[in-house]
Design a protein around this ligand. Structure first.
Ligand code: GCU
Length: 665
C-alpha cells in the first residue's frame, strides 16, 4: 500500500521503452562544478531519482573535461537566466546540462528535470528555461509551541519543540525537500497569533536547528512575532514602537537571532487584529510598527512581512472595507524592507471572494498575496477541494488600476507597479499525518501553491494533470477522471456551501452550518451579519445604497458588480440584497436559483464518487479507499449543508422547494 508519505516524489520506474533508451544515454556520470550544501542535495536527488526511475547507480565526477553522456550541474554566475534562482536545462556536447546563477537554481532545475523524467517525456530536444516570477515563495505555518495547529486538520505540528535543538527529526528534511521540489523558498514556522516564547534564546536555538535543515534546500526560516514581546518577554514598561528602549530591544533581538541563524528570513506580523497587540495600542500606525522592526533588520537581508488582515474599524460598518481604510492612507510610509501581506479576498478565505480592493491601490508598498491551503472554510480534511482555481481566479482578476490587464498577478509579481520585493504566501495544510495533509487529494493544494508561486501563468488544469500523473497514476483514462473531479471540486463545494456569493455561514470552528448564528461579541462575528437574510431577500448591499464598499474598486470593476441585473451570479450576494422573487439572468428566481445550487452541488458529490470509482483499477488500493471513504463523508455533509441552508432560508422566503428537488428530511 501507498501511505502517501512520498508525495509527488515517487520516481516510479520508467516503463516506456523508447523513453528509457533516451534517458540511458545520460547516465554515465553526474558532474558538479561546485560543492555547496544545496548543490550536494541536488546531486543526491539525482542519484536517488535516477536509481529509482532507471535502476542505475550513477557516480559523481568532479570535472567534465571532454566527457559526454552524463548530467552536468553547472553553477555559473553569468548563466543566461532571468533571475538568480532561475535555471536552464539543455543538451550540450552530449550531456544534459543544468545551469544557474545560484545553487538554489540548480536544485530547482534538478527537480524540474526529474519531474520531466517522471512524466516520461522525451529529452531529444531538451531545452527548458524557467525563472520564478515571485521572489519570496513561502509557507506560513499556524503552529503553536504546544504542538497544536490553529486551523490545522492533518494532525499536529511537524515541529517538535520539546525535542529540539538536540534531536532533529528526519522529517524536517523531507519537508524541506518537498518544498524545494515545487519552488518554495521560505517558511514561517509559527502561528501568526504568536507566542512571545519564540523570541527567547531557548527557542531561538531550537529554530536555528530547524533553519539549518531548511538552508540545505534553499529555504529561509522566518518567525511570526508577538508585538508586545518587549513588555511581556523583555520586561520593558511598554512596547510602543516609537519608544527608544523598545526599538533598542528589537535591534538586540534581531542581532541575537542572526547570531544563531545567519540567513534568517525575517518576521511575519499580525498586529491589531483579533485581539493581537500592535502599534495602535499606543496610538501609532501600522507603518510605525513595521518600520521599527525594519530598522532592526537594516544590517541584514531579512524583511518584515506585515499582515493587512485587520478589521478593527466600526464593527457595525462593513468589514469588507476595513483593510483598505486602514492601509491605503499608509501607502508610501513603509520602510522599503516591509512587505504588506494581503489575504486574497477582503473578508477571510471564503470559498469564493472577490479580490481584495487593496491590490493595485498601494503602488508604493509591495503587496504580497496570502492564500490559505489549509481548508478552514473548505470542509477541513474530509472534503475534496482542489484550490488552484481559487488562487487563479484571484490572480487573474483585473484591478484596472493602470487600465485593462492590471491583474492581481501583475500587482503581486511587481510587473505593474515595480515592486522590488514580491511575495506569495500559503497558509500551510501540513501536519504530522503520515500523508502530510490528511486528505490525500489535499497534497495537490500544497503542490499547486508551490508551482503557482513560481509561475502564476500555469493553469489549474496543467498543474492538476502534472500532480495526478506524478502522485497517483500513469493511466491516462484514470487521470482524466481524477483531473475532471479536481477541476470541478471547488465549484461543487461552493454550490452546497456558499452559492451565489454567500459567505461565512459559520462561527467558531468554521465547519458545521450555522447560518442562523446571530450572537457574537461583535456584530461581524455572527453569521447573519454576512448573509442578511430577511423577509424581503438575501445578500449584503455593498453598492452606494448600502455600505458602498464597491467604491474601493476602479470604475471598470465597479461596473461589473454594481448592477444586480448584470452582476455575474457567483458574486451576486456579495454585493446585492436581492428579493426572493427576483428573476435572475438564468431565468430562475433567486429562491429557485439557490435551491438549484444547493441540490445540484450536493448531488455532484455523487458524481465525484463515480469519477473516483472509475479510476479505481489504476490506483493504489490504500489511496483509493482513503479517498473513497472521505467522499462518503463529504456526500453526507454536503446534504447536511444543503438542508441546513434550505430550511433556514425557507423561514424567510416562505416558498416551497422547487419541483424536482426532494424536500429536506
Ligand atoms: C481567520 C482564522 C484565525 C486566524 C486569522 C488570521 O480568522 O479563523 O484562526 O488567526 O484568520 O488569519 O489571522
Amino acid at each position: 500500500g501507498e501511505d502517501g508519505y512520498k508525495l509527488w516524489l515517487k520516481y516510479e520506474p520508467v516503463t516506456e521503452p523508447s523513453i528509457k533508451a533516451e534517458y540511458l544515454k545520460y547516465v554515465a556520470f553526474i558532474s558538479e562544478s561546485d560543492h555547496g550544501e544545496i548543490m550536494h542535495n541536488a546531486v543526491q536527488e539525482l542519484q536517488t531519482g535516477l536509481k529509482s526511475l532507471l535502476g542505475k547507480n550513477i557516480s559523481v565526477s568532479k570535472a567534465v573535461e571532454n566527457k559526454s553522456g552524463g548530467i552536468v550541474l553547472r553553477l555559473d554566475p553569468k548563466a543566461d537566466t532571468k533571475q538568480q534562482e532561475g535555471y536552464r536545462i539543455q543538451l550540450t556536447a552530449g550531456n544534459i546540462v543544468v545551469s544557474s546563477k545560484s545553487e538554489n537554481g540548480i536544485l530547482y532545475g534538478t527537480f524540474a528535470l526529474l519531474r520531466h523524467m517522471q512524466m516520461q517525456l522525451s529529452v531529444k530536444n531538451l531545452k527548458m528555461e524557467s525563472s520564478p516570477k515571485i521572489r519570496y515563495r513561502m509557507l506560513n505555518h499556524w503552529d503553536n509551541p504546544d504542538g497544536t495547529i490553529e486551523r490545522g486538520y492533518a494532525g499536529s505540528s511537524l515541529w517538535k519543540w520539546y525535542e529540539l535543538p538536540e534531536r532533529v527529526d528526519p522529517r524536517y528534511q523531507d519537508y524541506a525537500r518537498a518544498n524545494a521540489s515545487v519552488g518554495i523558498n521560505g517558511t514561517v514556522l509559527n502561528n501568526v497569533n504568536a507566542s512571545a516564547r519564540f523570541m527567547s534564546q531557548e527557542y531561538i536555538v531550537k529554530v536555528a536547528a530547524v533553519a539549518k535543515v531548511m538552508r540545505r534546500y534553499g529555504i529561509k526560516t522566518y518567525l511570526s512575532v508577538y508585538f508586545a514581546a518587549p513588555k511581556t518577554l523583555g520586561g520593558l514598561q511598554t512596547s510602543d514602537p516609537l519608544d527608544p528602549k523598545v526599538r533598542a530591544w528589537w535591534k538586540e533581538k534581531v542581532a541575537q537571532i542572526y547570531k544563531e541563524i545567519p540567513d534568517f528570513g525575517g518576521f511575519l506580523v499580525k498586529a491589531n487584529s483579533e485581539g493581537e497587540p500592535g502599534p495602535q495600542d499606543y496610538g501609532r500606525t501600522h507603518a510605525d510598527g513595521a518600520n521599527m522592526l525594519a530598522e532592526a533588520f537594516q544590517p541584514y537581508e531579512g524583511v518584515v512581512i506585515w499582515r493587512a488582515f485587520v478589521y478593527k474599524a466600526d464593527p457595525n460598518a462593513d468589514r469588507f472595507k476595513a483593510a483598505y481604510e486602514e492601509f491605503v492612507p499608509l501607502d508610501g510610509k513603509f520602510d522599503p524592507k516591509v512587505i504588506v501581506q494581503v489575504k486574497n479576498g477582503p473578508i477571510d478565505f471564503q470559498p469564493r471572494e472577490p479580490f481584495s480592493p487593496l491590490f493595485g491601490n498601494m503602488p508604493k508598498t509591495p503587496l504580497g498575496v496570502e492564500f490559505q491551503l489549509t481548508q478552514e472554510y473548505l470542509g477541513f480534511a474530509t472534503h475534496a477541494v482542489y484550490e488552484a482555481p481559487i488562487f487563479k481566479e484571484n490572480l487573474d482578476s483585473d484591478t484596472y488600476v493602470n487600465g485593462k490587464g492590471s491583474t492581481v498577478a501583475k500587482v503581486v509579481d511587481g510587473s505593474l507597479q515595480g515592486y522590488m520585493r514580491t511575495l506569495m504566501a500559503g497558509v500551510a495544510n501540513i501536519g504530522n499525518a503520515r500523508n502530510w495533509t490528511g486528505h490525500p487529494l489535499a497534497q495537490a493544494n500544497w503542490y499547486a501553491f508551490g508551482r503557482l508561486s513560481w509561475d502564476h501563468t500555469l493553469s489549474s488544469e496543467q498543474i492538476a494533470k502534472e500532480w495526478t500523473e506524478l502522485t497517483l497514476t500513469r493511466n491516462k483514462k484514470a487521470q482524466e477522471n481524477i483531473v475532471g473531479l479536481m477541476l470541478r471540486s471547488r465549484e461543487i463545494y461552493v454550490d452546497y456551501n456558499t452559492p451565489l456569493g454567500l459567505s461565512r455561514p459559520w462561527m467558531g470552528v468554521h465547519f458545521a452550518p450555522e447560518p442562523w448564528q446571530n450572537k457574537g461579541s461583535r456584530p461581524d462575528w455572527t453569521a447573519v451579519y454576512y448573509h442578511r437574510a430577511d423577509s424581503a431577500g438575501l445578500g449584503f448591499d455593498r453598492t452606494a445604497s448600502g455600505s458602498n464598499a464597491l467604491a474601493q474598486y476602479r470604475p471598470e470593476v465597479r461596473q461589473q458588480w454594481n448592477d444586480p441585473d448584470k452582476t455575474p451570479l457567483p458574486y451576486l450576494l456579495w454585493f446585492h440584497h436581492v428579493g426572493w422573487n427576483k428573476k435572475l439572468s438564468s431565468g430562475r428566481t433567486l429562491w429557485e436559483e439557490l435551491c438549484t445550487h444547493f441540490y445540484t452541488g450536493a448531488d455532484s458529490v455523487v458524481w465525484m464518487q463515480q469519477q473516483w470509482d472509475l479510476a479505481k483499477p489504476a490506483l493504489d488500493s490504500q489511496v483509493y479507499t482513503d479517498v473513497a471513504e472521505r467522499l462518503k463523508i463529504q456526500r453526507r455533509e454536503a446534504v447536511w449543508w444543503r438542508d441546513a441552508w434550505v430550511l433556514y432560508l425557507q423561514t424567510f422566503a416562505k416558498k416551497p422547494i422547487p419541483k424536482g428537488f426532494e424536500p429536506p428530511k
